[in-house]
Design a protein around this ligand. Structure first.
Ligand code: NAD
Length: 487
């Protein structure tokens, strides 16, 4: 089952069930443009059944009534099951989403399994207790205790770029807090959602605790609008996040939104160009640029721009674009023909905006959906290619003269997801980091984003609420204060 690229049913109420309408859809390998499997295509009627199951499992089932330690035992078993099937799963992830084996191992398994387990352990050790807040005044002796209750039924909606990892980052904390969930994965990557049904069944999670329904916008909207759903946790584009928030508002449903980005890497005059170029290159070519936190605006001190571009060109020339199943490949495909064409369109927009394409600039002609690493210089920081999320291997280089100017350029964005600073003077780099309007900053390639306690919090159009760490876990709970008196 864990190597499966085809499914007959959706995972609802602990079982595999056929869709009501019997529709199916195919799954395509983006590196070859060939169909690798067929899955059922859910619709709002299937979603209705899944929400009913999750509601029942929450209202009547054992899941929210187990202690968090009991839930932790089952949830660690859930990851153990996935871990035991790493090899089969890795092949599915690479074929479905185009991830290089190193990304599968590092991000999907390494960080994904780690964060899932971390959230489960946090819930089991830090929240399953009563915290006295204060004693009562005068002759009345008492206290107020703060407890965290689950929100109830949580709808999880995820994108295509790091499907297994992102699904796990939501499922772990949501389930650990005692919620039951309905997961709607991206229609481009349903396998990495459905496989979690198989893991839930094998780990022995109670029926209805985890439900997985495939489908597109109609299923997502039905999940957001359903009055039986208590919360939505969404990762995807800012535009969809805005639509979801509007729809959720009608039922006053809380939302956590992890959205798009166009993050800046500031390269100070005292930076070692080779280090800056390593980080910059990695930051727009990782997973062919399909990462929300990637640093795709390279804000570089004017005196370094020439050397910086030469160093980037060297690295780009060594890129082996191809099928991630081939061991020599260093950069894989975009997810679809539409995404490849969108990237090409943005490159044309950049040229029309007065940009010089200094590296790459074209789709790669081979089966599958590929685009060459591309760097554009000479556009205004206000240009569309410097402001809009492209979600492909495209970076813009924007020169600056003073730190103040670098900060102004970096902050001239509707997004605020991540950022980076490179420079020899750590104090100056720290000062710049403190002035960037963004949820996380990496100085000299520091890996804060990899720390399971460090939340991702999008500012501005990059999101609302937190994911990861204690702040992310608490999003899936409701604080309740209970005051009592001792006689
Ligand atoms: P998308 O917004 O097109 O789709 C995401 C999910 O939402 C899919 O499952 C889709 O079917 C569903 N959806 C679409 N319209 C909907 C609606 N009206 N109601 C409910 N559900 C709906 O995003 P995508 O193209 O799959 O993913 C790329 C985007 O995700 C990028 O913008 C990227 O930055 C963002 N992203 C953000 C983070 C983060 O942590 N901030 C992480 C990964 C990706």
């Amino acid at each position: 089952m864990f190597d499966s690229t085809s499914y007959d049913g959706l995972f609802v109420d602990g079982d595999w069930v056929a869709t009501r309408a019997g529709r199916t859809t195919t799954v395509t390998n983006p590196a070859t443009a060939t169909v690798i499997g067929t899955v059922p295509e859910g619709d709002p009627a299937d979603l209705d059944a899944a929400v009913a199951a999750a509601r029942r499992a929450y209202d009547e089932g054992p899941w929210p009534r187990l202690s968090s330690r009991e839930r932790a035992t089952l949830l660690h078993r859930f990851v153990d099951v996935l871990d035991a099937h790493r090899r089969e799963l890795a092949a599915v992830i690479t074929a479905e989403s185009g991830a290089l084996p190193a990304l599968v191992e590092g991000t999907h398994f390494g960080i994904g399994f780690g964060r899932f387990r971390h959230a489960v352990d946090l819930a089991a050790t830090q929240l399953d207790s009563v915290t006295p807040l204060r004693t009562g005044p005068g002759s009345v002796l008492g206290a107020t205790a703060l407890v965290y209750r689950p929100r109830g039924v949580v709808g999880l909606i995820t994108p295509f770029n790091f499907p297994l990892y992102l699904n796990l980052c939501k499922l772990g904390p949501a389930l650990a807090m005692g919620n039951t969930v309905v997961l709607k994965p991206s229609p481009l990557t349903p396998l990495e959602g459905l496989v979690l049904g198989a893991a839930a069944a094998e780990a022995g999670l109670p029926p209805g605790a985890v439900n997985v329904v495939t489908g597109g916008v109609a299923v997502g909207e039905a999940l957001v609008a359903d009055p039986r759903v208590d919360m939505i946790s969404f990762t995807g584009s800012s535009r969809t996040g805005s639509d979801i928030m509007g729809l959720a508002a009608r039922s006053l449903k809380p939302v956590v939104l992890e959205l798009g980005g166009k993050s800046a890497l500031v390269v100070r005059e005292d930076a070692a160009v080779a280090d800056a170029a390593d980080l910059a290159y990695h930051s727009f070519t990782l997973h062919a640029g399909q990462g929300c936190v990637l640093l795709t605006r390279h804000v570089v001190h004017r005196r370094l721009v020439g050397d910086f571009l030469d160093a980037l060109a060297e690295r780009a020339a060594r890129t082996v674009v191809g099928d991630p199943a081939d061991a020599t490949t260093t950069m894989g495909p975009l997810i679809s023909a539409a995404q490849r064409d969108r990237v090409a369109e943005y490159v044309a927009i950049g040229a029309a905006e007065g940009g010089e394409i200094v590296i790459g600039g074209k789709p790669v002609e081979r089966p599958g959906y590929f685009h060459a690493p591309t760097v554009i210089r000479g556009v205004s920081p206000k240009a569309r290619v410097a402001q809009e999320e492209i979600f492909g291997p495209v970076a813009v280089v924007l020169p600056f003269d003073t730190d103040d100017e670098a900060v102004a350029i970096a902050n001239d964005s509707r997004f605020g997801l991540s950022g980076g600073v490179v420079g020899a003077d750590a104090g100056k780099a720290w000062e710049i980091a403190r002035r960037l309007n963004t949820g996380s900053v990496r100085i000299n390639g520091g890996g804060t984003a990899l720390d399971a306690d460090a939340p991702i919090t999008g500012w501005g159009a990059s999101g609302i609420g937190a994911e990861h760490g204690l702040p992310g876990l608490l999003e899936f709970g409701r604080p309740q204060s209970i005051a009592f008196r001792v006689r």
